[in-house]
Structure formats: C-alpha cells, structure tokens
Design a protein around this ligand. Structure first.
Ligand SMILES: Cc1cc2nc3c(=O)[nH]c(=O)nc-3n(C[C@H](O)[C@H](O)[C@H](O)COP(=O)(O)OP(=O)(O)OC[C@H]3O[C@@H](n4cnc5c(N)ncnc54)[C@H](O)[C@@H]3O)c2cc1C
Length: 650
C-alpha cells in the first residue's frame, strides 16, 4: 500500500490508545456478551454464523457503496441464493437462515419473507393451511411478501379499499382493486421477486363488508416467474437517503382475481362453504402478526444501536483533537464531557433496551401460548407494551444513531464510517409497523382508560400499567434505581391524570406524544430497576449503565417533575459517566462485533482508523484514472477553458 502521509506517531498512537483503553476494562466481558446475546449458546451460534458467512465472497460489504441500485438488488438475490445453499449444507433451521441473513447487516430483497410473510401465516393460518404451505415457505420453494398498505391508506387499516368478495357459486374469493388509491404500495420484496403474498383485503360476504382480512395469493408463475393474469405488479422506485436499496418495494393491483375460499387465513376468523362468517374470539387477534414483528423490532434496534455506539466510542477513543497537554498529545475526543455525555447514554440505552427486548419476547411467547388455547387475557397488556416500546425504542434508536454519527465529526459523514448507513436503514422504522405518532394514541387511550377505571397494581408489578395510581410525590433527589423508577411512575401517573382532564387535544396538541413517552419511560424504568435488583452480569459497570439510563431519563422528564433537584441529578449523571468511562471500550467489545460485521473504517477493533480510511479511499472506484479522464475531456476541460477566456477578457 502507498504511504498514507499521516505521521507514523499518530497512527501508532491510535493503536496504543485503543490498546490502553481496552486494558482498563474492569470486568469479565464474557458473561456480559452471553447476556447481550441471550445466553452462551446463542452467542456461540452467532459467532459460528459470522465465521461461515464472512467467508462468503458474495457478501461484499465494503463494495456496497459503489453499487448501483440494480447491482444491490442483484447482489441481494445472489446472497439469498447462496445462503439457501448454505442452509442445506449446514442443515440450518428457518431461524438460523434468518439469523445468517441478519448478520450480513443488510436489508435484502426478500427480508419480508421471513419477517412478515412466514410469521403471519404461521400465526394466523389454520393447521391445514400451515401443513399445506409451510414446507414450501420454509424451503423457499415460494417467496412471499406482506401486502397491506395501499397508495391511499396506511395507518387506517380499516379504510383499505382492496376487496375480497365471496362467490358462493364457485366457493372462491374475488380480489379486486377498485380505485387507483387501492393499489398496494410499499410492499417489500414484491416489485421483482415475490411469487406469493399475504394480502389484507376487505372481506365482503352477502353484500356486507366485514373489515380487513388476510388472504394467501399467488402472484407469479412458479414455472417462469411471469406475472399471473389479473395482477399488475411493479417497483415503486428508489427510497430516501439511499436506504433499503437492495429491496424491491412494489405495487400491486388486482383485476377480479379468483382464489379458493381455502386461501383466507383462518386460524381465527373463517368463512363457511355456505358463506357464513365465523367471528374470531378476540377483535385484536387479526393484528396478531403485527405484534410478532414489533417484538422482533426491539431486538434489531438493540443491535443497530450496539453497532453504532461501538463504532463511535472506538473512534472517539483514538481521535485526538484540541490543545496539546503536558504529555505532548491533544486530548482524546472521548475524554471531553460534552462527548461522553452524548455517547454513554446511547450505550446505556442499547443495554437497557436489550433487557426490554428479552422481557417483551418472553411476554409475547406467554401471550401466544395462551392465545393458542383461546385465552386472550394477556393480549391487551402485551399489545400496549409492544406499542409503547415500538415507539420508544425505535425513536430513541433513531436519535441515538444520529448522535453517535455526529460525535465522529466529518469522518462520521463518510460512508466508510458505517454510521450513516445504519441511520438511513433504521429511519423508516419509526413509520412502518405502525407510525409512532399513531401508536402514541393507542398507548394514551389505554392509559387513560386504566386511570379512569382506577386500576392500581402492586409496586413490584412490571406491567405497562404499573404506574397507574402512583401519585405520591417523589423525593427531590432520587438516586437509587428504585427511587428513580418510582419518580418516573409518578410522572406517568400525573401526566395521564392531567391528560384525562383535557377537553380535547387541540388544547395541548403535543400531549399525546408526551403522555405516551411518560408511560413508556415508566415501563422501561420498572424493568431496568428490577433487573438491577435481580443482579446483572458484569457487575458494577453494567449496573452503572442501567443507573445512567434511569438518571438521564429522569433528566429528560424534568419539565414534568418540578420538585426534582435538577442540579443534584445532573451531578449524579456526571459522576455515573465518569465511573463508566474507563469501561466504555470493554462495554462495547462485549457486543462481540467483528470488524467484518461492523464494516466501518472508524470502528476497527485495533484502532487503526487512519490506515483503514486511507485504504478504503484508495480503493474507491472514483479514483480510477480512466473515468476521471473521460469527465475531464467531456466537461471539466470546457469549464476551465471558458473560465480562462472570461478572465482573459477582464
Ligand atoms: C421502508 C418501508 C417498508 C415498508 N414495507 C411494507 C410492507 O412490506 N408491507 C406493507 O403493507 N407496508 C409496508 N410499508 C408501509 C408502512 O406500513 C406504512 O408506511 C405505515 O403503515 C404508515 O402508513 P402511511 O405511510 O400511509 O402513512 P399515513 O398513515 O398516511 O401517515 C402520514 C402521517 O399522518 C399521521 N397520521 C396518520 N393517521 C393519523 C391519526 N389517526 N392521528 C394522527 N396522526 C395520524 C402519521 O403520524 C404520519 O405523520 C413500508 C413502509 C416503508 C417506509
């Protein structure tokens, strides 16, 4: 490689800074790593997948920024094709295949096959339907997408226009798109890939509209992939911020397409041969598939945040800027209070959200087990907890990804840093699977209802409604986890009580988002405080992270907590940050990301950031001689000559 021109001392210093920071780790990272991944076995499985997948030539992570959209799509398909070979070679389960695709860190053309199409069928299909379609779905003998959103209707699912009308003469449903606005739109993996879809359509029986239901529909031929008659399918075009490039989000129209009655997903609601409607036992069951996806989203957000904060803390550890000190060196950027105050709470969020993701996963599984027995008693609690956490985790992850990127200064804006890519890919997560502002309304409605019913749960409850009735004024200087959590429960109870007294939302247009945030914060705080009391792996450093999360959450709520001593609180935050700082590298190493997974010049494990940046820039196709010459002859030469002539005329 050519000389970089960066003085050797700075490059050696970067490595030395990283090694020194790592050597200050005061805890055993192995149990923490196991906790982050779920357990030791989950970590081993993950590491094994990374070892296999990272040697696959088709997964060209550093090459991504130089690919066109067509190339990204084609590469995405090549990855899926190769990984399905690996699935057979390595006897991977569906879940292992999904995890293998996830470790590539990219959103692939048929990601929705495993994250929406398959789970919705498994959870909403009858036993007979699963028996018939399940093996083909698992083996990727068919590729599916999830078609709910329409050009004119997203949030308001009840207003979807696509119709599924039962024809008793032929025992079929007729799917139809009656208007332009009824065109299915934004459907991941549909534009050029999917052979099948689960379609949300308004069920019409004997002239009556019975609301949206799910239908299994073939779209393309399994012989030659051509579009089947009556379907109009295409790609909706590139996405904002250059994100989700490999995915063919598509549109779909039906012109009186007939499907057998059997194809309505009928675990819960059914239509009989005579055209009679059999009601689901619980109205919300129809949206059960969405709950699964929301439960998964929390895990994804943790790993995105984990990557972003690992990159940012590593870079800020080796980056030195500012006045040279007695040691002859400029300070490390991470040593500035205004830097670590920005970054450590993001690290804390990644850890605390991991606890939330695991807690909610267990709640979701418990709810599903009960639902399978026809018992919907846990559904309202899990539904609201997942809605509140979808909002809180995706919102804070988005904010954290940008803060982590900005903390890296100009280099953070380079594609080679990796932070911008994580941010762009996560950006729509606050919109899909329920727009966050709309979910706020559901959380607030449930909280106000609980308040009006006088619900009061025991103090040790971890329910999303545990804050209700907790109106005893908090202490002015909460420090312990229990007191901080109690402060946040008080704040939630108080803002819900005040909101319930509002005549209408025009009196306080921002109230719903604030109330939902207060409910979400109280829920997270209850689980975080409980985890601290139960004990966490890693001892003090991890405990301090959880405490930092609680302290900064109370800080963000000060407007609702006038009697809390803000100066004392901020002093505790400063002390917690200072205590955590020596372990910052260890706490990020605990995630266990390899350099291949991070795909970031700024986040390299050994701190050799300048070498990594230089190498990536040197390899950039943009620096090849011939294209530049072409542009020079075509345009640059003319611009310069014109300019010279103008100057000569002066
Ligand atoms: C990257 C990406 C992938 C997607 N993949 C899929 C997919 O595979 N399948 C699929 O079916 N869909 C998919 N979607 C669509 C997604 O589910 C919708 O974008 C989402 O449901 C929001 O609907 P909308 O876009 O129509 O927004 P709208 O519902 O039109 O919302 C627009 C604005 O209005 C506000 N708003 C709406 N209703 C209310 C209300 N009642 N009260 C107050 N404010 C309100 C919202 O907060 C938002 O700010 C995807 C979207 C994206 C961006």
């Amino acid at each position: 490689m050519a000389s970089t021109g960066v003085p050797l001392e700075a490059r050696a210093q970067a490595r030395a800074d990283m090694a020194r920071a790592r050597s200050r780790t005061s805890f055993d990272i192995v149990p923490v790593r196991h906790w982050l991944h779920g357990d030791a076995e989950a970590w081993e499985n993950h590491a094994q997948l990374v070892r296999i997948v990272s040697h696959e030539a088709v997964v060209n992570l550093p090459g991504r920024p130089f690919m066109s959209r067509e190339e990204r799509y084609a590469n995405g398909q090549a990855i899926i094709n190769r990984f399905n070979e690996l699935r057979i070679q390595n006897q991977w389960s569906d879940e292992q295949l999904e995890r293998a695709l996830l470790v590539t860190g990219q959103i692939l053309p048929s990601s929705l096959h495993a994250t929406a199409f398959q789970p919705v069928i498994l959870r909403q299909g009858s036993d007979e339907q699963i028996r018939l379609w399940g093996p083909a779905i698992s083996a990727r003998a068919i590729i599916g997408c999830y078609a709910q959103t329409e050009l004119g209707h997203g949030t308001d699912v009840a207003a979807l226009e696509t119709t599924a009308t039962f024809d008793p003469k032929t025992d079929e449903f007729v799917l139809h798109s009656p208007t332009l606005t009824s065109t299915k739109w934004w459907i991941g993996g549909l534009g050029r890939t999917a052979t099948h879809a689960v379609v949300q359509a308004q069920l019409h029986l004997q002239g009556k509209a019975l609301g949206p239901h799910l239908f299994f529909v073939q779209l393309r031929s399994l012989e030659d992939h051509s579009t089947l008659p009556g379907r109009t399918i295409g790609d909706i075009g590139p996405k904002a911020l250059g994100a989700h490039q490999a995915v063919d989000h598509g549109f779909l129209r039906f012109d009186s397409v007939r499907i057998p009655r059997f194809n309505m997903l009928s675990k819960f609601a059914k239509v009989t041969r005579e055209g009679q409607y059999v009601q689901p036992p619980h109205a919300k069951l129809v949206y059960g598939g969405m709950l699964y996806i929301r439960a998964q989203m929390n895990h994804h957000a943790v790993w995105l945040l984990g990557k972003a904060i690992t990159i940012s803390i590593r870079y800020c550890t080796i980056r030195r800027q500012g006045k040279v000190g007695a040691d002859g060196l400029a300070p490390q950027v991470i040593s500035y209070p205004s830097t670590y105050y920005r970054l450590l709470p993001i690290l804390a969020n990644a850890y605390v959200f991991n606890a939330i993701a695991h807690h909610l996963h267990a709640e979701y599984e418990a709810m599903s087990a009960l639902l399978a027995r026809g018992d919907a008693s846990l559904l309202p609690e899990v539904h609201i907890a997942l809605a509140a956490m979808k909002v809180l985790v995706s919102t804070d992850a988005l904010a954290g990804l940008d803060i982590a990127r900005r903390a890296m200064g100009g280099h953070g804006f380079s594609e080679f840093a990796g932070g911008g890519r994580l941010l762009a890919d996560h950006t729509p997560a606050v919109t899909y699977e329920g727009d966050n502002y709309v979910l706020d309304k559901q959380v607030v409605r449930a909280a106000v209802k609980g308040h009006q019913m006088g619900v009061q749960l025991p103090a040790e409850s971890l329910s999303v409604f545990a804050f209700l009735g907790q109106l005893a004024a908090p202490m002015s200087a909460p420090v312990s986890a229990r007191d901080l959590a109690q402060t946040l429960r008080y704040r939630a109870a108080n803002v819900v009580k005040n909101f319930a007294q509002l005549k209408d939302s025009t009196q306080d247009p921002g109230a719903e988002a604030r109330v939902s945030r207060a409910v979400g914060d109280a829920y997270v705080a209850g689980i975080a405080a409980n985890a601290l009391e139960q004990g966490l792996p890693g001892g003090e450093p991890v405990h301090r992270l959880f405490l930092l999360h609680l302290l900064t959450t109370v800080e963000s709520a000060l407007a609702d907590l006038p009697n809390v001593d803000s100066r004392a609180l901020r002093a505790h935050i400063g002390a917690a940050c200072a205590d955590i700082l020596p372990d910052a590298i260890g706490l990020t190493d605990a995630f266990g990301f390899t350099d291949w997974e991070l795909d970031s010049a700024l986040g390299v494990y050994d701190g050799a950031v300048y070498d990594a940046l230089w190498e990536r820039a040197s390899k950039s196709g943009f620096n090849a001689a011939s294209p530049h010459e072409k542009e020079y002859k075509a345009h640059i030469m003319a611009i310069l000559e014109r300019g010279r002539k103008e100057v000569a005329r002066l």
